[in-house]
Design a protein around this ligand. Structure first.
Ligand code: B12
Ligand code: SF4
Length: 457
């Protein structure tokens, strides 16, 4: 170790619902040792650990999911904690376990509410931390709330150092851009990172080559940190074509994209040649809801878009949201029918969640419609505000019933997927998580009955 170098722990926290201390130890005991448990490590944690290691510090990553947080065994002098909204309460609990040590926290939640976080830690970093990280750790910054600058040149960031993890992730996360040019009112990306910045195709390919040289073939790539991997169509095609030219041919590539991609036939041909799964924010099938979200999307295009993508042999994952003011008891029925009719390959429905920092959160605060700020429940599965056309209890019940029907034993045993081990494994995970959430929900229903008519702000 160099003189002046620090010992640093970087902690990955998870929403309580994933963590073993909520009583799911049986399930997580199994996955804790599994290779793919690293999918639950945030790339931010690895990036921060990489930057500090490169600056000459002794860094170790600790994963809350794997029950690694033990202050008696962790001797590091500086504790860095990363969290998002649903894991922030857990992050604050962890901070309390290390009295006397220098504690630094960052991430999307504390960036939105730094004055809340500062009660628990020595320093809170608001926004992107790269410009301040090393100075902060080395003691050259004394402010409690530290404002990071947005990274202008993403090519200057180091490649993630996977040797900092105990085992390699099952799927390689690669961030090729930050930010988004759209302004959907519920979205953390829009409020946190501003407009797009992109890495060059050369820099992305170099990262993949570097990974392959150090760790071997790349079997799966996850580009879903990007809001829209295909936004710059030429760049997306250049990345995919260069990958092929370099002999990087993963079995699975997943990427986010906007719905309108279906109109770009040249791009679709390229995407389909690379066996990509596109994840599309459909969000709603009701134009009034889409407009309310400020989502630049036409309801009338959705079915055609999904069908076109599937015709090109592109697998599609559709994200939907439930809980907007125009949504009612029929909304999920419509989603269900659409899912069947469009033959979309995968889907996820989330409960509309007012994440601090977003326009939607600010509106609900003004309208006094939030009934809890227990951030644990801000996970896209629990309703945390009073909806317009249903009670919170009714909305929650409708949502759970939808998943019960959609992710039933029939879903698990659907012959279309039964013999694909990859998909079967994912389906088993979804099925098990659904069972867990069902158990968790029993307490939440009682909570809703007691609290959902209250106003907390
Ligand atoms: C990878 C990922 C996951 C992974 C790993 C998550 C984990 N361990 O936290 C998995 C798949 C498990 C996951 C699950 C979920 N996720 Co997620 N996920 C992401 C994703 C795609 C990338 C995160 C990332 O690494 N970004 C890249 C880095 C560089 O950016 P960053 O995280 O903001 O980090 C920078 C700063 O915030 C800061 N920083 C971050 N941490 C720290 C720590 C310190 C000490 C310091 C100084 C600075 C600092 O510096 C970093 C560099 O500038 C983001 C979307 C996105 N593009 O960011 C969503 C995102 C974080 N997820 C989100 C959500 C809602 C979820 C789920 C609740 C979804 C669900 N319904 O199941 C769960 C909850 C999981 C949990 N944490 O408990 C939301 C969070 C919203 C919010 N306000 O909380 C996001 C923003 C997506 C979105 N569009 O809204 N997720
Ligand atoms: S929801 Fe998607 S398109 Fe909308 S602002 Fe967020 S990242 Fe951009």
């Amino acid at each position: 170790m160099n003189i002046g170098s620090k010992t640093i722990a970087v902690i990955n926290t998870l929403a309580n619902v994933y963590a073993s201390h909520r009583g799911y130890s049986g399930f997580f005991a199994k996955i804790r040792t599994a290779e793919w448990s690293n999918i639950f490590i945030s790339p931010a944690v690895l990036l921060i650990a990489t930057i500090l290691k490169n600056a000459g510090h002794s860094v170790r990553i600790y994963n809350d999911l794997q029950n690694e947080i033990d202050p008696d065994k962790m001797n590091e002098e500086i504790i860095l904690i990363s969290s998002i909204t649903p894991s922030s309460r857990r992050a604050y609990e962890i901070a309390r376990l290390f009295p006397g040590r220098k504690i630094i926290m960052g991430g999307v939640h504390v960036s939105a509410l730094p004055h809340e976080a500062v009660e628990y830690v020595d320093h809170v970093v608001v926004g992107e931390c790269e410009s301040k990280l090393v100075d902060l750790v080395e003691g050259r910054i004394k402010d409690k709330i530290v404002y990071g600058e947005r990274v202008k040149n993403l090519d200057a960031l180091p490649f993630l150092d996977f040797s900092l993890l105990k085992n390699l992730p099952d799927i390689l996360p690669v961030q090729t851009s930050r930010g988004c040019n759209s302004r959907c009112n519920y979205c953390t990306i829009a409020s946190m990172y501003g407009t797009y910045r992109f890495r060059s195709p050369e820099n992305i390919i170099n990262e993949l080559l570097n990974f392959r040289e150090r760790y071997g073939e790349i079997h799966k790539i996850d580009f879903r940190i990007d809001a829209d991997f295909t936004f710059l169509r030429k760049r997306a095609m250049a990345v995919l074509n260069s990958m092929k030219a370099e002999g990087i041919r993963p079995k699975v590539i997943a990427a986010n994209s906007r719905l309108q991609v279906y109109k770009d036939r040249e791009l679709l041909q390229c995407l389909s040649r690379h066996n990509i799964t596109l994840c599309i924010g459909i969000e709603s099938l009701n134009q009034a809801v889409l407009d309310g979200y400020q989502k630049e999307q036409k309801e009338t295009e959705i079915l055609e878009a999904i069908k076109t993508l599937r015709d090109y042999g592109i697998k599609v994952m559709g994200y939907f949201i439930f809980g907007a003011d125009h949504d009612d008891k029929d909304t999920l029925k419509k989603y269900s029918e659409f899912i069947d009719k469009s033959k979309i390959d995968f889907f996820q429905v989330s409960v509309l969640t007012p994440y601090p920092g977003t326009e939607f959160y600010k509106n609900l605060v003004l309208q006094k419609r939030l009934f809890t700020t227990d951030w644990t429940y801000y996970d896209g599965l629990h309703i945390t505000f009073r909806p317009a056309k249903m009670t919170a209890y009714e909305l929650q019940k409708e949502f759970m019933d939808f998943y019960k029907k959609k992710f039933s034993l029939k879903f698990l045993l659907n012959p279309r997927w039964l013999f694909n081990p990859e998909i079967l494994r994912n389906k088993l995970l979804i099925y098990t998580l659904r069972k867990m959430f069902n158990r968790d929900m029993i307490n939440y229903y009682s909570f809703l009955e007691a609290n959902s008519s209250k106003t907390i702000n």
